[in-house]
Ligand binder design. Structure first.
Ligand code: GCU
Length: 427
């Protein structure tokens, strides 16, 4: 629950306090009270036709992406943006000689006012060409490692998520301090990843859009999209788009196997990773770590976070139209199992943690279960089970799932499962 309180934004509080009549939002944690709900069928087209073949599914897939864009995440701008990749530093003997470390900035040539995405890339020296995990981070590249020569990000910095480490600059905007260095290194076991023969690419999500309601004004959404539209893209769409731009860069990196780029994301960044993977099939596999509401968890299941709550606390994450479902989730033309189905036939990992009931582990599991028919269409077994597994047990085939003990986090246990998943399925 702490996590829930933690993220009560001032915006949410003031809206809440000024309306004395508004009932207290109720969050359900009682399985007996979940009630019944009817999920939309991914294999029924918009006009009611059954989807029987892979070719039918390809059309249905396009329909579903459109439905998610119109109703949930907003439209991802289609135009090709001119990018310039600039390598700013190379260390050919990083991590005690295990890795080559590169820093590469992605600039938007026609939009010099939009900040670059600054990529931190570790390549295993043991391989000429390596598959790569690509994930955005929450508090700057300097957070994912204790290495002293990674420059501190000078961008807007989320302060709540990382305690008191951010200090305000002259304009009263939070910025990173040295206290941030390595703060989330535990979540990024770079040595373990490198020793297993994988590269790691990461960038700060705030490079793409600072995570607050006005953040779009200084990110990519200030120049792309249309703020007057109910289906204009939200921050999650922008973060997902940014992952695809990093993939554009990785495709030019000779030491990267660009056919084996695995996108990974935790929590809100997990929501973005799944949406990115759904739209961009250059991602070979997708990993959702506790992405919860608006990620892998079913929206119609009344448990933990709700659509109404996420739209209230984080009004900038989704498109405007998503808010019209706050009080009638049953009218959403899609549910999140269909988002997961958009990854098919590619490998997908959905992970939960049992002290993270806010993300609704069972709802995430059921999201994966209900993506099964689409994997079957490709002759693949997805999860292959509808029985919720015991704690710390990874189940499934092309789709995998585990419910880890512990809190909302990314742990070595999670990474061990992801590495095994990648070894077995992303070949
Ligand atoms: C909040 C939010 C979740 C989100 C999480 C996070 O708890 O309600 O939807 O996943 O923050 O990103 O850590």
């Amino acid at each position: 629950m702490n996590r829930m309180l933690f993220w009560l934004t001032p915006l949410f509080l003031s809206a809440h306090l000024t309306n004395a009549q508004a009932p207290e939002p109720v969050f359900n944690y009682d399985e007996a009270k979940v009630g019944t709900y009817k999920l939309p069928n991914p294999l029924t087209s918009n006009t009611g036709k059954p989807v029987k073949t892979r070719a039918d599914w390809e059309n249905r897939r396009a329909e579903l992406i459109q439905l998610f864009a119109e109703n949930v995440y907003g439209q991802t701008p289609k135009q090709t943006i001119k990018l310039r990749f600039q390598t700013t530093a190379v260390d050919s003997s990083a991590l005690n000689g295990l890795a080559i470390r590169k820093m590469v900035s992605i600039f938007f040539v026609d939009y010099p006012q939009v900040p670059s995405i600054d990529v931190l890339l570790y390549l295993p020296k043991s391989k000429k060409v390596a598959p790569v995990f690509l994930g955005l981070n929450f508090c700057g590249n300097h957070c994912v490692t204790t290495e002293a020569d990674i420059p501190l990000s000078t961008r807007w910095m989320i302060s709540g998520a990382v305690g008191e480490a951010a200090v305000n600059n002259r304009n009263g905007e939070p910025r990173a301090t040295e206290k941030f260095r390595g703060m989330q290194a535990r979540r990024w076991p770079i040595e373990m990843i490198i020793k297993r023969g994988y590269a790691l690419a990461t960038a700060y999500y705030g490079d793409i859009e600072p995570d607050h309601p006005q953040g779009w004004r200084s990110g990519i959404r200030s120049v792309l999209g249309d703020t007057t539209k109910a289906d204009n893209w939200g921050a999650i769409g922008a973060w997902g788009w940014g992952m695809s731009r990093i993939l554009d860069y990785l495709q030019t990196e000779p030491r990267i196997d660009s056919k084996r780029v695995i996108t990974i994301g935790h929590s809100r960044i997990g929501k973005a990773a799944v949406w990115a993977g759904a739209q961009d099939d250059r991602f070979a596999a997708v990993i959702s770590n506790e992405s919860g509401e608006g990620g892998a968890a079913l929206s119609r299941r009344w448990y933990g976070e709700t659509v109404e709550r996420i739209n209230t606390s984080f009004p900038h994450w989704f498109c405007g139209r998503y808010k019209t479902y706050n009080k009638n989730v049953a009218n959403l033309p899609v549910d999140q199992h269909e988002l997961l189905a958009l990854i098919a036939p590619r490998p997908l990992y959905v992970a939960s943690a049992n002290d993270d009931q806010w993300s609704d582990p069972k709802g995430e599991f059921l999201g994966a279960v209900n993506a099964e028919p689409v994997y079957r269409l490709y002759g693949k077994t997805g999860l292959g089970t509808a029985t919720f597994p015991a704690l710390n047990q990874s189940v499934g085939q092309t789709v995998r799932y585990h419910d880890r003990t512990g809190k909302h986090d990314v742990t070595d246990y999670d990474w061990e499962q992801y590495l095994r998943f990648a070894d077995e399925l992303v070949r």
